[in-house]
Design a protein around this ligand. Sequence first.
Ligand SMILES: O=C[C@H](O)[C@H](O)[C@H](O)COP(=O)(O)O
Length: 366
Amino acid sequence: MSMNPHRVTSFTARRSWSAAAARCVHQPGPAFHSAAAAALNFKSNPSTPAPPVRTTIVHHQAALPNTFTTQPHRNLHTTTAKMSTTPDASASAAQLIEKSKLLAANRAVTEHLSPTYRHIGIGSGSTVIHVVDVISKLGPAITGPMTFYPTGDQSRDLIQAAGFRLGYIADLSPGHALDVCFDGADEVDPALNLIKGGGACLLQEKLVATAARKFVCVADSRKISNHLGTAWKKGIPIEVFPMAVPQVLGELERLGSLSAQVRSGLPGKAGACVTDNGLRIVDAVFKPLLTELPEGKQEGEEGVWTVDGLARRLIEIPGVAEHGLFYGKSGLEVESGGAQKPVAAYFGMEDGSVMVQTLEKGLVKA
Ligand SMILES: O=C[C@H](O)[C@H](O)[C@H](O)COP(=O)(O)O
């Protein structure tokens, strides 16, 4: 019997790994702050593997090459690792994380949003809610002359709820760059490569980030990582045309993916998660990604890839619209725009401080 790869095979209750997963949409409410409240439920612990929907690839032992360390770099560890499981403790840990995101957003906006800017990209996810909140507090005298460009339905709703002028990336004339784009990330490595798409937004995020002269990432301490795939264990989100899903899954297996599955829309939507672009998300787990290939090794040998090597290979698969690896050059290297990597990543820490990571200085206190 042939199986329909789009069909979700089980509807049993699952852990919510993206409360807004079905369409990457927060609860659009009349008030801006209803969206902020929804952030608390947006995603569960990023280090928790996603529950299987339909797995077509045999799971192997996820052995780390001996060059890896599984410690977060510079011994910065996260709130969630230390959390107790009591409801009160979980709630206060979640509040602490939200507070740390707000502090990071505040710092990022202070340092990267000039009042002279006119075209601002707004990414997706729970952290970006704080970015919009911070920007809206600047007041209409500053934000009035600005136009804000969303990366999906959620950020469009945020922009409108904040009363900002809405623009669309499709309406930018060729060669016209945004001044800055603020967006979150699921994982950030020391070279500022990112995994994005945990909330099913990535294609429009890449369009907006690369349209900006300056892409600034805002996150919390759980996203800091030495190797992509060690903090965010749910796999690399890949946006795929529905008709291509079986072929893409087969190709991912050939590339050494340890598991790959079509993301479920549960708990918000029965069936597959449908992106803002009407596509599917396949989450593909690979061995932790390197920033440099070990001497004498080939890309993909024994399933070991560099970020750049895998990113280039994934986009070549027919039926893949885009993937959640942001890699290559950063905005500092490409002044006119076109870069996928941020110029800086701001992390809210559990002690109330903010760390900033750049290519020049590494990870330092902001
Ligand atoms: O698909 C979602 C986007 O890539 C988000 O920017 C990313 O998942 C980070 O989201 P959050 O700020 O909620 O952790």
